[in-house]
Design a protein around this ligand. Sequence first.
Ligand code: FEO
Ligand code: CA
Ligand code: CA
Ligand code: CA
Length: 642
Amino acid sequence: MKLDKRNHLSEDELHDLSFDDFDEALNPRPENSDFDAIVEEALSRRGFMGGALVFGGVATLGAATTALAPVSAQASANRFGFSAVATGTADTIAVPDGYNWHVAARWGDPLFSDVPEFDHETRGTAASQARAFGDNNDGMSIFSDKDGRQILVVNNEYTNRSVIWGNNPDGKYATDDDINKGKNAHGLTACELKEVDGRWQIVKDSPYNRRFTPDEPMEITGPARGHDLMKTAVDPAGVTVLGTFNNCGNGRTPWGTYLACEENFNGYFGTADADGYVQDGPKKRYGVSGKDRGYGWWKVDSRFDVAMDPNECNRHGYVTEVDPYDPNSVPKKRTALGRCKHENAEVVVNADGRIVIYMGDDERGEFLYRYVSEGYYAEGGDTDDLMENGTLYAAKFFPDGTGKWLALTPETTDMDQANICMFTRMAASKVGATTMDRPEWVAANPLKAEVYCALTNNKNRGVKPNAGGDATPVGGPNPREANKYGQIVRWWPSNGDHTANTFTWDLYVMAGNPTVHEDADGGSYNVNEGNMFNSPDGLSFDNKGLLWIQTDGNYSNEKDFAGQGNNQMLIGDPTTGEIRRFLVGPKEAEITGIAWAADRRTVFVGVQHPGERGDSDWPDGGDRTPRSAIVAVRRDDGAVIG
Ligand code: FEO
Ligand code: CA
Ligand code: CA
Ligand code: CA
């Protein structure tokens, strides 16, 4: 056995890690970042900074960090229309006075009348799970059909072993059916939702109800379709892939389709001789190793045995387009949008009609991307080419508050188009894009050309390079070493043109704890004891141009996080900078995913993995199994929300 860090961790310790920590345990980064590379990076900025060398620690909080500037009290007129919710640690949901909530759909809820109700003892079977609401709901959208029926499409990102297999003594799979139950809990759920006696619920047997499991056939489209590295034993032509899984954030197109975004796809591949398995460069960059994250799929499906089927992993990590209106439609994996640990896909129709899609790659020190279509969108026109032919870009931020989109092309990367789409991270490394503090959701302001991205946290900032060896110097939009609280960066495309290759940027907020820290870890001017939070993740604008912010952070409520309570949702005013807490989630959950009903009198909010460490029975109570769920939030007076 090789002596490396993973051999010091027990199987249980390994599988209790977050996806990021799991990857890093299996693929240790060098302990120290390359100092020369950081200096070189800092020096390379001189030309943009008039010769000033800004380098190291919080001293890099330069002109671009306007988030630290004070806002006048006059400017903070209340556009929110609600009173702030206090932080909390209770195992429930808290919303403002004058608002109410109820559960609309939960993990294991049957989509069809011949499926049994969720069984808290057994937690279902592979067969029941394949036709019931999936686990760990994340990004979601609501679509309306011509009759006004409400169709929910939602990602079922992953499953917590200790919850789904909590009926087994050790909280692990014991049988093949257990493994397949876990597998079927992944993917997507589509279902019709309807308000009955004031409560939203799943319409059983609706023609729109459908599960997309990791075995659902999907078409591979775009530059990587049919490439040798996409060919497998099951699919020798490299054109049809089974399934999608670990979809995190989402997107929706103006032509009425849903975009699912695959994130930590690497954690599902393994092999019997895990320690003997040798990764090639691309597998190392994407974290595909011989050890899976404890799901066991490779034991029941050879596609996931990375030694037997080395190319299956190349077929995951994409954005998949789903037509919610046609239950027989075949989803399309759009390789033109690149392969990474996608968070969401924020689709913007540029003023000239081109489609621009902003996408984060959520791993420490990875990049922020943009896709620009070649073709132009016209309502009712053919849209099939818009996510097929276009150019990917990676963002470069300069400390003076300007930035550039760097095109990923055969000329700039020395990679062909298929390789750029399959190994996008390596292409972005080649052009020298800015390594970011884990880019999560991107949200574009519907009222102006302005875009926000949550940079959730990054304990390796200024400490270790990313998985590709790129330095992660402190500075620019990533201003804090070993960043524990996260921040939201925003940018303005030049001339309001989302296809422009230049932009200006600032930090909308630096999260922090002003009750514990007096330095930059106390947060920016718009963070105070009454609204503090950590680890911004989900972002979405409402129709009024207010930014809804969801958190997936440290809920210990102690030390650096004292007083911050459970994960939460806040609303930010982009103009004044003011941020107000709207909702607090139950114990050991993150808040992720947001969608409005067509009449905008209900906002649906996702609650993921309550009780991931064993201390929640939300939402059903009575010491029963905790269940990820979507809650419907409304005003008591029935008025429109956002
Ligand atoms: Fe699944 Fe980046 O959160
Ligand atoms: Ca999540
Ligand atoms: Ca997320
Ligand atoms: Ca997250």
